[in-house]
Design a protein around this ligand. Structure first.
Ligand code: PEP
Ligand code: MG
Length: 544
């Protein structure tokens, strides 16, 4: 018989990179079909539902506690959402209604209601509401399990495994013992789901949207999951196994070497130091910042709080998010950038309108200055959160001193309002992004008016080279190493230092280790990079 040349290979979307090999555990969702049975006593069935819901709330409370410890409060919040859903009158009334009108068993009524609600959520326009479809299915499955006395899988007893499933709910994911999961592979699920977020926090390879037939995959098979390649191979050949082993060894060695740098200084051999901070886009990224030993957060792109929804986040919502980030970071600095909406980051409810040249259009601070009510809501949340930790505020897309004066006036008004209303606040350190050539050229003047600069090399490259950063055709021309950019960075650093202000780089160039030495020599005080790059940049700094 001819030797097979390859195992069963499938591709999917990478949620998290890394490579692993191990035994497969196929998780099938409750296979038992739910029986429809006629009942006599509707009120008795309804009270069973209420008991099961009470039970479920306790289980979710325990899951919440476990998740807070393992993946942080914001990621655990999903279980609080589930608890709330179990108290939702519409949901419970719908179940009771089916029981009373059809005189059927509680399990059946719950399953039908779960399907109906999930279908309703799935059909909604709002992305957030669509994502609730999975949650309502999850709580309904839990209720059915409680009603029928079925136990879930005992995840604590399993061997370290590659989990293969149709989809995974957040509650299934969090119940798993992190040390026993080698990777996740799911047929469905989006890279933005809560489960994907949890997988990223767990730091294990994960693929979603893998078009495999679950009936062909069995528990006990061997699988190689290569997150970076977006590939999973079941029953690999000997050659594929040895190639994977080699990759795993390389990764482990790299990771081991980097781990040794945790707790170490970002210090060059001749004693110069630089701060290495991390960039985040959501509250849930903070765990990753700490895990990678970043000295702080140099850029929290707050506009992500505004995206993927139907209306403005409220002051309270924003305050809670910012407060959570600064509190989790303890004394470490957290630089929150005010919303940089517009250009490629669009939210319909802003009604920004169509522009011929959106990158040069109505965006970022321009919106904030033209629509101060939007700006003020965010500023109130930021000033309030600043009372809870080491928060700094940063303003994007600045081109002139006059814009800073206008910002200061608005901040002053917000301060007066908070004072008047006796709401606790603190005026934080305030800096600006240097990402337009204009800001570079007047950086001496701007330095007088701000506490720090952070250079946004992504936009600075786009505006200096007149190259749309979104345009794939221009990729070969988009050269952030261009002498013009490097000279601008030097100029900004000098002007900031002349005024006694600190200056960082938070664009992608900050993580470019080919330039780290040059940045250190220029006197750049801080580099803010994606969390997985922190230790790599530290390694580079220490080699200089
Ligand atoms: C930049 O422009 O370099 C930057 C950090 O901001 P963003 O990439 O969000 O525009
Ligand atoms: Mg920018």
């Amino acid at each position: 018989m001819a030797e097979k040349v390859s195992g069963m290979k499938y591709f999917g979307k990478t949620v998290y990179s890394g490579i692993t090999m191990g035994k497969v555990l196929v998780l099938r969702s409750n296979q038992e079909p739910i029986r429809r049975a006629k009942i006599e006593d509707a009120e008795h069935e309804i009270s069973r539902v209420h008991d099961a819901a009470e039970n479920a709330k306790q289980q979710l409370g325990a899951l919440y506690e476990k998740a807070v410890k393992e993946v942080g409060e914001s990621n655990a919040a999903i279980f609080e959402v589930h608890q709330m859903m179990l108290e939702d009158d519409d949901y419970l009334d719908a179940i009771s209604h089916i029981i009373r009108t059809e005189m059927v068993n509680a399990e059946y009524a719950v399953a039908i209601t779960g399907d109906n609600f999930a279908g309703m959520f799935a059909g909604m326009e709002d992305e957030y509401m669509r994502a609730r479809a999975a949650d309502v299915k999850d709580i309904s499955a839990r209720l059915v399990r409680n009603l029928s006395g079925q136990e879930g899988i005992d995840f604590t007893a399993m061997e370290p495994s590659v989990i293969v499933a149709d989809d995974l709910s957040p509650s299934e994911t969090v119940q798993m013992d992190k040390k026993k999961i080698l990777a996740f592979v799911t047929v469905h699920g989006s890279v933005n789901s809560h489960t994907a977020i949890l997988a990223r926090m767990m730091n294990i390879p994960a693929l979603v949207g893998v078009t495999l037939n679950l009936n062909e995959i069995h528990t006990g098979m061997t699988a190689i999951v290569d997150g970076a390649a977006g590939e999973v191979i079941f029953e690999p050949t000997g050659k594929e196994c040895s190639e994977a082993e080699e990759k795993i060894r390389n990764e482990q060695e790299k990771a081991r070497l980097l781990q040794e740098l945790k707790g170490r200084k970002n210090e060059t051999r001749d004693g110069r130091t630089i701060n290495i901070y991390a960039n985040i886009g959501s509250v849930s990224d903070v765990g990753y910042v700490l895990e990678n030993d970043a000295g702080g957060i140099g850029l929290f792109r707050s506009e992500f709080l505004y995206l993927g929804r139907d209306n403005f986040p409220t002051e309270e919502e924003q305050f809670q998010a910012y407060k959570q980030v600064v509190q989790t970071m303890g004394q470490k600095k957290v630089v929150i950038r005010t919303l940089d909406i517009g250009a490629d980051k669009q939210a319909d409810y802003f009604s920004l309108g169509k522009e011929d040249n959106p990158a040069m259009g109505y965006r970022a601070i321009r919106i904030c200055l033209k629509q101060p009510e939007i700006f003020k809501t965010q500023l109130r949340a930021l000033l309030r959160a600043a009372a809870y930790g080491n928060l700094s505020v940063m303003y994007p897309m600045i081109t002139s001193a006059d814009e800073i004066r206008q910002i200061k006036k608005i901040v002053g008004e917000v301060e007066q309002e908070l004072k008047r209303d006796e709401i606790p606040y603190r005026i934080p350190e305030q800096g600006i992004m240097i990402e337009t050539p204009a800001a570079v050229m007047v950086s001496d003047e701007l330095a007088e008016l701000t506490d720090f600069f952070s250079i946004g090399t992504n936009d600075l490259t786009q505006y200096t080279l007149a190259i749309d950063r979104q345009n794939q055709k221009l990729e070969d021309f988009y050269n952030p190493h261009h002498k013009a950019i490097l000279r601008m960075i030097k100029m900004v650093v000098d002007n900031a230092h002349q005024c006694g202000k600190w200056v960082g780089i938070c664009g992608e160039l900050g993580a470019d280790t080919a330039l780290t030495e040059e940045f250190v020599n220029m006197g750049v005080d801080e580099l803010s990079v994606a969390p997985p790059m922190v230790l790599k940049v530290r390694e580079k700094v220490r080699s200089i």
